[in-house]
Design a binder for this molecule. Structure first.
Ligand code: BES
Ligand code: MN
Ligand code: ZN
Length: 531
C-alpha cells in the first residue's frame, strides 16, 4: 500500500466487548511474565476453553518482545484468530515497542491475507492512551507501506501458473476503548492518520527514482499538498535565485540539466500563537552523485534519498495543518541535483551565499551544507524566526558515530535541543546531542574565502554543523543530521526497506508542544506578520 491507498483504510474506535468484535484478527498483548491487561487472561481462557493457558504452560508462546502467535478460534468467537502479541518486559513497554509489535502483527496478518484487524493494545498496555493509540495505528499502517508502482502487474509475486495475487490491502482497523478512554483513542487515531499521511508521502518521494522525483516534481507535489491545506506556496527558479543572491544553491545546481528550485511553504492559521514564525529547512538534494568529487559507484543509487530532509519538512507541514496546530510555521526546501559536468562546480571554486559570506568549495560532495547555507540565511533574514530547525542527510560521518538508531542533534540552543531529544525518546525517533565547541571551527577556515566547505577527517558531523552555524544569523537553531536514519537497508517492523520518512513524527509532536508555550505568544503591539 502506498500513500493514497492508506486513505482507504477505515480506522475506528470500538467501545464494545473485544471478544465479540467481528474482525478477522483480534490482537491481544501478553507480557513476558505471561500476564495480560485487566481480566483478559481469564476471559480468553473462558471463551477458548483454557487453550491460552495451555499454550503458555507448554512454552509455545512466551510473550517475548515482538513474538507473535496466531491462535485459531474455530468459531468460538467471531474473530477468526486471536493474535497473541508479545509485549516483552512489563516495565519496558513504550510507544515504540507498541509501534514495533503492531508493525510485526500487520505484516503477519498480510501474509495470511487478513483484511480486518482489531487491536486491544492501546487501552491496556500503556498508561498514555493517546500516544499508545497513535503508536498502534502508525505501527500498523507504516508497517504495511509498500512501494511497488514501478513493477508491472506480471512481475508482482505470484504462485507458479496462477494469476498474480491482487495486492493485499487492509480494509479496516479498529481499536478497543472504554467509555473513559474513548476520546483519547480517537485523538490518537487522528494524530496517527496525519503523521502517516505525511510520512508515506515523504517515503514515496524518497523511494521514487531521481529521474522522476526531480526538483520540479517535488515542487509540484508540495504545491498540490499546500493548496489542499491552505498553505501558501511559492517557488523560486534558477534565474530568480541568481538574482536574489543564493549563489551557493545556484552553484551546486550548475552541473545539472534539471533546474533547481527553492520551495517556500507558509502555514499561518488564524489562531497561530506565535509572534515570530518557526522556520523548518530541509535538504532536498534529489540526487547526489558527488559532483566533480564523484562518489564511488557502489550504493550510489541510495543517493536518490538525499532529499529526505525536504520531504520531512513537507510531511510535517501536512501533518501540522491536518491537525490544525496553532503555530505560524515556514518551510523551506532548497531542491537541486548534484551532478558532474562541464558546467559543474570545481574544487577550489568560491561561491557567495545569500548572507554575503564566501565559501571555498574544497569537495563538491559536501554540497548539502552549501544549499542549506543559502536557505538558512534567506529564511533567517526574511522571516526573523523564533526558532530554526533544519533536517538534512548531511554526513556519512553521523552513521559512523551513531549508526542507524539515532539522529545527530546539534545547534546553538541547549533548551530546544533537550526538548527535541525528549520528544524523540517519547515518540520513537531518538536523537543524540553532539557538541559544537569553538575548536571545531578551526577545521573549516579557508586560506582564500570566509570558510571552506569541508573540515578534514575528524568530527565530520560536527564540522558540517559548524559550517551551517555561520548562516543562522545567531537565531535559536537546532540541526538534525538524518543521514543514518533516513533509509533502512532491510525490512524492520514498521520500516520496510527503503526510505523511512524520518523526522515527521518527531517534529509534529515537538511543534504541538511548542504551540502551548507562553514565551512564543504574540507580544502586544509588536510582532505583526510579514506580508
Ligand atoms: N548526502 C551525503 C551524505 C550521506 C552519506 C547521506 C551517506 C546518506 C548516506 C553528503 O552530501 C555527502 O556526500 N557528505 C560527504 C561530506 C564530505 C565530502 C565532507 C560525506 O559524508 O562523505
Ligand atoms: Mn554529497
Ligand atoms: Zn548529499
Amino acid at each position: 500500500m502506498n500513500e493514497s491507498e492508506m486513505e482507504n483504510i477505515t480506522v475506528e474506535v470500538q467501545t464494545g466487548d473485544p471478544f465479540s468484535v467481528s474482525a478477522a484478527g483480534l490482537i491481544v498483548g501478553v507480557w513476558d511474565d505471561g500476564r495480560m491487561a485487566l481480566d483478559w487472561k481469564k476471559r480468553l481462557d473462558a471463551v477458548l476453553g483454557g487453550e491460552f493457558s495451555r499454550i503458555l504452560e507448554h512454552g509455545e508462546f512466551r510473550g517475548e518482545s515482538r513474538e507473535i502467535f496466531f491462535l485459531p478460534t474455530f468459531g468460538k468467537i467471531p474473530a477468526r484468530y486471536v493474535i497473541l502479541a508479545g509485549l516483552g518486559h512489563r516495565d519496558k513497554t513504550s510507544s515504540e515497542s507498541i509501534r514495533k509489535i503492531s508493525g510485526t502483527v500487520a505484516n503477519a496478518a498480510r501474509r495470511r491475507n487478513l483484511t480486518t484487524l482489531h487491536s486491544t493494545l492501546a487501552s491496556n498496555a500503556h498508561d498514555d492512551v493517546d500516544l499508545a493509540s497513535e503508536a498502534v495505528v502508525e505501527g500498523t499502517l507504516l508497517g504495511l507501506y509498500t512501494f511497488s508502482q514501478y513493477k508491472s502487474r506480471d512481475e508482482r509475486p505470484s504462485r507458479k501458473g496462477k494469476a498474480p495475487k491482487p495486492e493485499y490491502a487492509l480494509s479496516r482497523l479498529t481499536l478497543s476503548a472504554s467509555k473513559d478512554t474513548e476520546k483519547k483513542v480517537r485523538r490518537g487515531i487522528e494524530w496517527a492518520r496525519a503523521v502517516v499521511r505525511g510520512t508515506c508521502l515523504a517515503r514515496d518521494l524518497g523511494n521514487h527514482p531521481a529521474n522522476v522525483a526531480t526538483p520540479t516534481m517535488i515542487a509540484d507535489t508540495a504545491a498540490r499538498e499546500a493548496v489542499r491545506r491552505g498553505i501558501r506556496f511559492t517557488s523560486f527558479d534558477r534565474d530568480k535565485l541568481e538574482e536574489m543572491g543564493l549563489g551557493a544553491l545556484v552553484g551546486v545546481a550548475k552541473g545539472s540539466v534539471e533546474p533547481p528550485r527553492l520551495i517556500q511553504l507558509e502555514y499561518c492559521p488564524e489562531k497561530a500563537q506565535n509572534a515570530k514564525p518557526i522556520l523548518l529547512v530541509g535538504k532536498t538534494l534529489t540526487f547526489d552523485s558527488g559532483g566533480i568529487s564523484l562518489k564511488p559507484a557502489e550504493k550510489m543509487e541510495a543517493m536518490k534519498g538525499d532529499m529526505s530532509g525536504g520531504a520531512a519538512v513537507l510531511g510535517t507541514l501536512m501533518a501540522v495543518a491536518d491537525l490544525g496546530i496553532p503555530l505560524w510555521i515556514v518551510g523551506l526546501m532548497p531542491a537541486t541535483e548534484n551532478m558532474p559536468s562541464g558546467s559543474a562546480n570545481k574544487p577550489g571554486d568560491v561561491l557567495k551565499a545569500y548572507n554575503g559570506k564566501t565559501i571555498e568549495v574544497i569537495n563538491t560532495d559536501a554540497e548539502g551544507r552549501l544549499i542549506l547555507a543559502d536557505a538558512l540565511s534567506y529564511g533567517a533574514k526574511n522571516f526573523d524566526p523564533a526558532l530554526i530547525i533544519d533536517l538534512a542527510t548531511l554526513t556519512g560521518a553521523v552513521t559512523v558515530a551513531l549508526g542507524a538508531h539515532a539522529i545527530g542533534v546539534l545547534g546553538n540552543d541547549p533548551k530546544r535541543i533537550s526538548e527535541v531529544l525528549a520528544i524523540g525518546e517519547k515518540v520513537g525517533e531518538k536523537g543524540w546531542h553532539l557538541p559544537l565547541f569553538e575548536e571545531y571551527f578551526e577545521q573549516i577556515k579557508s586560506p582564500v574565502a570566509d570558510m571552506q566547505n569541508v573540515g578534514g577527517r575528524g568530527a565530520g558531523t560536527i564540522t558540517a554543523a559548524a559550517f551551517l552555524s555561520h548562516f543562522v544569523d545567531d537565531k535559536p537553531w537546532v540541526h538534525l543530521d538524518i543521514a543514518g536514519t533516513a533509509w533502512v537497508e532491510s525490512d524492520e517492523p514498521y520500516k520496510p526497506k527503503g526510505n523511512v520518512g524520518i523526522g515527521i513524527r518527531l517534529l509534529t509532536h515537538f511543534l504541538s508542544d511548542l504551540s502551548g508555550e507562553k514565551d512564543l505568544r504574540k507580544a502586544s503591539g509588536k510582532g505583526s506578520k510579514k506580508k
